[in-house]
Design a protein around this ligand. Structure first.
Ligand SMILES: Cc1cc2nc3c(=O)[nH]c(=O)nc-3n(C[C@H](O)[C@H](O)[C@H](O)COP(=O)(O)O)c2cc1C
Length: 116
């Protein structure tokens, strides 16, 4: 999931609205299903000065885990724009490390689901 202008992608939001319109607002359509949410963003993660500016991840958790009752794993990757954005040069090494970490985590979670 991309992070667009401090909020959730409108494409995903539209899909959520369609599912809820069809299934009802409280139907747990993913009950117990292993579900992986992979999010990317510039850098608004826990502990950063603009943590509260991430209006996407909490919403996604609300819908997937709380409303739809998915068995949810969240993989977060930050600083995705560091490699191409002027002024973020000093963050490029950290961005590369976060990318590797997210890929490793995704591999592990994916393998776990595949073998379950
Ligand atoms: C229209 C648009 C708005 C974005 N707004 C933000 C933002 O507010 N904060 C942020 O950290 N990243 C923002 N990004 C970066 C994306 O969250 C993401 O890092 C990047 O788009 C990688 O996903 P993609 O290759 O699918 O575009 C934005 C990207 C786009 C295209």
């Amino acid at each position: 999931m991309p992070f667009y202008n401090f909020g959730v992608s409108q494409h995903f939001k539209t899909w959520v609205d369609l599912v809820i319109a069809a299934a009802g607002p409280t139907t747990p359509v993913l009950k117990g299903k292993p579900t992986v949410l992979v999010t990317v963003r510039g850098g608004y993660g826990p502990g950063t000065p603009r943590e509260a500016w991430d209006h996407s991840t909490p919403y996604l958790r609300r819908i997937l885990a709380d409303v739809w009752e998915a068995d949810l794993t969240v993989i977060e990757r930050e600083l995705t724009i560091a490699a191409t954005t002027p002024g973020m040069e000093s963050l490029r090494d950290l961005a590369a490390e976060l990318r590797s970490r997210a890929l490793e985590e995704a591999d592990k979670v994916g393998a776990g689901i595949a073998t379950a």
